[in-house]
Design a protein around this ligand. Sequence first.
Ligand code: UT7
Length: 322
Amino acid sequence: MTRRSVLTGTGSALPKRAVSNAEMAKMVDTSDEWIAERTGIRNRYFAGPDENTATLATDAARRALEAAGLQGKDIGLIILATATPNNTFPATATQVQHALGANGGIAFDVAAVCSGFLYALGIADSMLRTGMAEKALVIGSETFSRILDFEDRATCVLFGDGAGAIVLEARDVAEDGPGVLFTKLHADGEHCDLLYVDGGPSTTQTVGHVRMKGREVFRHAVTNLADVLKETLEGTGFTADDVAWVVPHQANQRIIDATARKLGLSPDRVVLTVDQHANTSAASVPLALDTAVRDGRIKPGELIVLEAMGGGFTWGASLIRV
Ligand code: UT7
């Protein structure tokens, strides 16, 4: 038997307002054709005044708890990945903890932008396996629409809002049983000026807007993601053929396709939601995961790999038996 963090529930939440490419074309000089062809995006959701990172995270977490057959009071650890917290502090995780009635356990935010969920998952797995908690909620939640510059067509068409959550439970399982098998994380601060927000409490005292050199980010994303997926397979002795589903960060369909091609992974084993949700940063992987669990694509016992890359740069991958 071996102690593992077992995935026992998934959930997600989207704002009420859906925004099509045609609607974006009324705001900036763009078109449905350009956005769909360059990115695969057809739709995104933007939070309204009564929705924010904490409310979306709470809704996603409630659904994940329900799927796991648990209540808020059962949860001893909440890690929330976000680049768009409700406030500079306290951590949005503490607001979610209170809303769920999970008071008293551990709760904190993680900032690794689009890789945030992978970072949060890696930390939660370590904490569960070392006994710091028994049951954890790992959440990615974002309201990126609040930091978009709606005069910059090169960035504002790419992002959306949403949240995804998973429940992890520490269990003793057989070697070939379920759980998080391996997580690999990386960062390279040399490239922090290729994708960033031009504001913050310690510099401008403003929230700032997303800035990105898209073409360079694209190039690094394909290389880094293919490398970390290779490392993950090599680290566990599995091959690409053993993986039932890849659940990638949903930034751009062309990045997802190019990465899969580099690894010889068939596109019909890749979960794609970028068309519906656009890039929801830290929420994108758990949103895609919940979509594929609920529609029956991902089945118990299967081997899945999650991967993401984002500002910093940060990137990572995690291999899980569900
Ligand atoms: O979440 C993690 C990180 N983010 C990413 O992974 C994003 C990575 N990058 C990308 O996905 C792509 O680079 C973009 C989708 C951002 C851009 O696609 P691209 O094929 O690299 O286009 P480009 O930036 O080279 O721009 C091509 C042309 C330019 O016009 P000129 O200079 O060729 O005349 C842009 O001005 O497309 C123009 N353009 C647009 N046209 C219509 C840029 N944005 C738009 C737009 N609508 N929204």
